[in-house]
Design a binder for this molecule. Structure first.
Ligand SMILES: Nc1nc2c(ncn2[C@@H]2O[C@H](COP(=O)(O)OP(=O)(O)OP(=O)(O)O)[C@@H](O)[C@H]2O)c(=O)[nH]1
Length: 307
């Protein structure tokens, strides 16, 4: 009798799969958009400019048949300066812990950076799936077939999926393909958890997103946000943050006339943080100019790029 009960308890676990999935691709192919739609909530910032993802982000998707633990990676690209070495290290770290790799490419586009991302994935020896993203932009679907065929010849993919990261049904189809490729394992996280990131980390992400949104093409790539303090006082989240830029001219751009732009960034970020925490938020935001910030170990440490 007790044996039967044990067997009945075990059975659901035997069919359940779980593991880490690394999303890789060159900057701006849509990895963050895909991740946000996969987990059904905004975790990774997206912006219409390359290299907005600076950290590994764990997005968690729990389904009846499995739990997918997604690692978002900064886009693979050839770079310079210390910051870029840290980005590449973050990507390498994501790949080391992955059970499954997803190469994201733009429909009808193949560049040396895509080839580099594929090489990174192939070196790991894990099963690979390719996502051909932004198919909504391809007017003639007949042109997709030869592109997919060429891609199939470039690597041993378990599946190649043309999709639009913005479309929910396509994104669900991707999860259907990924789960069976994971090893049988119980879920490491509770089913309602969507990320392992702290509010402190999310706060920096939200400020960074507002910077991108409000400065657009004017924003220099080498801008960073650090959270200097994060406290809860009298039912209020008190956050102090600094935006670092490299040159005096950049500081003036971020500040705007009479500080108006910085105020705009701050108030939008505060609203987004209030929506996220469901509590009152006080946000103190400063801009500092530091010629060599991406060479400054203290700032890099605050950003999470520890050696
Ligand atoms: N038309 C179209 N645009 C998309 C799609 N997916 C993403 N985009 C857009 O492509 C741009 C880049 O998307 P992200 O998700 O930030 O790209 P990423 O690969 O994470 O970029 P990095 O953070 O730079 O590595 C954004 O403007 C997205 O809205 C899609 O399926 N169709």
């Amino acid at each position: 009798m007790s044996d039967r009960t044990e067997a009945a308890e075990k059975r659901p676990d035997e069919d359940f799969r779980s593991g880490y999935v690394a999303l890789l691709g060159r900057p701006n192919v849509g990895k963050s958009t895909l991740l946000n739609h996969l987990v059904g909530q905004k975790i990774s910032i997206t912006a219409p400019r390359p290299q907005t993802t600076r950290d590994r982000i764990l997005g968690i998707l729990t389904r009846p048949d499995g739990q997918l633990l997604f690692l978002d990676t900064p886009g693979v690209h050839s770079g310079y300066r210390r910051l870029n070495r840290h980005l590449l290290r973050a990507t390498r770290g994501a790949l080391e812990s992955a059970d499954l790799g997803v190469l994201v490419v733009d429909a009808l586009l193949w560049t040396p950076d895509d080839a580099e991302a594929l090489r990174w994935l192939q070196r790991t020896g894990i099963p690979l799936v390719a996502v051909v993203n932004k198919v909504d932009r391809v007017a003639s679907k007949a042109r997709l077939f030869p592109f997919v065929q060429t891609l199939a010849a470039r690597g041993a993919f378990a599946a190649i999926l043309p999709l639009s990261a913005r479309k929910a049904t396509d994104v669900r189809r991707l999860a259907d393909v990924l789960v069976p490729l994971l090893p049988p394992a119980p879920a490491p996280f509770p089913e309602n958890q969507v990320t392992d990131r702290t509010l402190r980390f999310m706060a920096a992400e939200i400020i960074r997103e507002q910077l991108f949104r409000q400065l657009g093409a004017e924003l220099p790539y080498d801008t960073a946000v650090t959270i200097d303090s994060y406290r809860v006082e009298h039912n209020q989240q008190r956050i102090e943050a600094t935006i670092y830029c490299r040159r005096p001219g950049q500081k003036a751009i971020i500040l705007g006339e009479g500080g108006s732009r910085l105020r705009g960034i701050g108030s939008r970020a505060r609203e987004a943080l209030q929506a996220l925490t469901e509590e009152r938020v006080w946000l103190g935001l400063w801009v500092k100019q530091r010629e060599q910030w991406s060479e400054d170990r203290n700032i890099l440490r605050e950003l999470g790029y520890d050696d």
